[in-house]
Design a binder for this molecule. Structure first.
Ligand code: OAD
Length: 314
């Protein structure tokens, strides 16, 4: 299951190379060097997949090409066929919470118009002025307390409740509107506003909508406490989970993200089925998706739900 999508594209590349060589469209030297390049660039996947490794080796040894061609297309068909139930990745960004009154980051009235992102959301900014950063996150917490989930959060929650094992909900948002909509098992890629983290013992604990100023760690009593949100310049541990989920899922549904932090256009290329819902057209993003809706998330909700259910009711 792991690397399913990646493997599919590798088989596709290999299949195309073998076909081109068999049809004399590329010469022997180009063929062997391209297969070698594919082999070197994908060592990890070769390690974990004997069939693919064997196919690459056979291609390099230039076995009979008719047999090789057959092997490659069978492998490609197998990789394409869903090995188990269809899985759908729903990945969201600030746009899904916009109609709940939570400001996005990069739209014209977005947070980065008012704040300097490098002052309040970067490792350097935090080192320079931790109080400014704490005030920023206090304000974000106060802000979301009065906000409510909208129809788009509720639609995602409904789908996740109905198909818990076939849908993965990953969000870049640090608000808790999915949880309040009743959505189980949401993965917050950039952390959570309603939690704090102890810098001493790394314990993560809930603070709700309260100020973080003067809070001490409930586990080790340290005063060295910080927001539980990832900053520019530090690792986002949940990105590993994102990569794994991309590899495991068959359908990619993206709602309300500019793709400036997570390159959702790039990811979309690994899926046969993909949908994007953003407010405004974006030529650097839209062409990578099969279905694109430019409208408010709450207006696209019904269509997105039908799109997702279409795969799950097969
Ligand atoms: P952005 O502010 O970059 O993008 C918001 C997207 O939502 C845009 O593409 C809008 O077109 C779209 N949008 C706005 N209103 C919408 C609506 N009502 N319905 C549908 N779409 C709408 O936000 P993100 O892409 O989520 O990171 O930003 C990614 C990360 O950058 C955030 O998680 C945050 C920020 O720096 C951290 O704070 C760690």
């Amino acid at each position: 299951m792991l690397h399913k999508n990646t493997l599919k594209y590798l088989y596709q590349d290999l299949d195309a190379l073998i076909r081109q060589y068999s049809a004399n469209q590329i010469d022997r030297f180009s063929f062997v060097s391209e297969v070698e390049r594919l082999k070197q660039a994908n060592e990890v996947i070769l390690d974990g997949n004997e069939d693919f490794a064997e196919l690459v080796e056979s291609a390099l040894l230039e076995k009979e090409y008719e047999i090789l061609e057959q092997m490659a297309s069978t492998a490609l068909e197998n990789a394409k066929a869903p090995s188990s139930a269809i899985r759908i990745l729903i990945l969201t960004g600030a746009g899904i919470s916009a109609e709940s009154g939570v400001r996005t980051f990069r739209d014209s009235d977005g947070l980065w118009e008012e704040y300097d992102v490098m002052e309040v959301c970067s490792v350097e900014g935090f080192e320079r002025n931790p109080k400014l950063v704490a005030d920023f996150y206090d304000a974000r917490r106060r802000d979301i307390e009065s906000k409510h989930p909208n129809a788009a959060h509720e639609m995602v929650a409904r789908l996740k409740q109905k198909y818990p094992n076939q849908i993965d909900v990953l969000t870049q948002n640090v608000d808790d509107l999915f949880e309040r909509a009743g959505c189980p098992d949401v993965i917050h890629l950039h952390g959570t506003l309603t939690d704090l983290r102890c810098e001493e013992c790394q314990c993560v604990f809930e603070i709700g909508y309260k100020s973080q100023i003067g809070v001490i760690c409930p586990a080790c009593q340290s005063e060295n406490i910080r927001h539980n949100v990832v900053m520019f310049g530090e690792e986002a541990p949940m990105y590993q989970k994102l990569q794994q989920t991309i590899d495991e899922c068959d359908v990619f549904v993206v709602i309300g993200t500019s793709g400036q932090v997570l390159n959702v256009g790039w990811y979309a290329q690994w899926f046969e089925h993909s949908l994007l819902n953003n407010l405004d057209p974006d030529d650097s993003l839209d062409p990578y998706f099969k279905v694109v809706y430019h409208e408010k998330a709450t207006e696209a909700t019904e269509k997105i739900e039908v799109y997702v259910e279409k795969f799950l009711s097969i």
